[in-house]
Write a protein that binds this ligand. Sequence first.
Ligand SMILES: Nc1ncnc2c1ncn2[C@@H]1O[C@H](COP(=O)(O)OP(=O)(O)O)[C@@H](O)[C@H]1O
Ligand SMILES: [Mg+2]
Length: 406
Amino acid sequence: MTHRKREAARPLRNPFEYGRELGRDELVDRKDELRQVVRSLENMGKLFLIGPRRYGKTSLLAAAASVAADSGTTVLRYDAERYESLDLLAAALLSGATRFLASTTERAGALLARVAGALRPEIAYDIKDQSVRVSLGAAKDAAENALPVLVDVLDAIERMAEATERPVVVILDEFQHIIKQGGETAERQIRAAVQTHRHVGYVFAGSATRMLADMTSDPGRAFYKLGARLFLGLIPRDEFTVFLRGGFEQAGFTVDAAALVRILELAHDVPYSVQRLAHECWEGLRVDASEATAGDAPQLTVDHVERALVRMLQQEDAAYTQIWNSLKLQQKRALKAAIVEDGRALLSSDVSRRHRVPTGSMQKALAALDERGIVREESVAGAVRYVLEDPLLGRWLRWSQQLAAP
Ligand SMILES: Nc1ncnc2c1ncn2[C@@H]1O[C@H](COP(=O)(O)OP(=O)(O)O)[C@@H](O)[C@H]1O
Ligand SMILES: [Mg+2]
């Protein structure tokens, strides 16, 4: 009559995390990449880290930054996308540098006067953060064109590093955002400044694979050969599989190997999406566990993964619907075409006819979807393919609109 509930001697915490930046002990694989980034930081080098969204750039940078900080390097890591203007980013960088390199407000004042006087810095002590905050008088005058301010701040940080004899590295995440805002002038001016810096190392990281790749590989562009390039790819399947299996088994679940393959397939191996789906599977197994009689450990099966996928799509329904509704008609058709055609030959007349989008409009729509970070162009063996940045969005569209499977 009374089923004995399995009581939780197992940890409650879901081991699969998505969305936040991971700590250095949480990364699957990435050992070589981590070593490369850390070496570059230690050498005060200049490195471009290039990879699609959600592949783990920010997590890798966080890990590298924490290794470098442990060995006494001052790490200034900023995400360019978080600031609505370049002068706010510039002020944040200078505040960060000042906080690290000057221990008191008086010293900060003296240091800033020496290395950044022209920027007319104003120092405030922020009681809440208990730290120094710098705002820039110069930026207020330069509202329209804040780029020189950013460049001046980078120069000031170089002088600070020299004056304080401390190793400093600047890590700019979502770097393409700066170039998008500042254009070609930005590229040229930043390059001109950065290439003379000897006391500051740089990592420029970005998601716009194509744009950053072009910026750094085209001899006509300013960043050509400014630094080394590291392309972040997918996490090898066997490493991810070991990690996934471990997460489930540690909680006392058993695992059918085919189920792990299914998770990786559905998520197209994209680290974020893999973790998202694995997270949902794990939650499902916990519910099963609480309802099962003692003795039979719940098992992760392919069927379980499929059900977890549907639950996840239901949870994300509102968010995905919002993205979908924000698209123009041709963009919707182009997105569907990308899913149904597996991203191939989208500019052919066949596909154009099947999906009722003229080739020219298809091209425009795909460019708009690319710009929005929804699809991305990938060249495989000379052929162009459009892939969804979030493979689970493709699953959602199939699920909600009953699209034919390819
Ligand atoms: N090395 C990794 N191992 C396991 N999961 C990862 C790894 N890198 C990224 N992820 C997953 O992807 C998510 C997004 O990572 P993030 O570093 O923010 O990517 P990006 O900056 O490239 O968009 C993380 O929250 C995590 O779920
Ligand atoms: Mg990121």
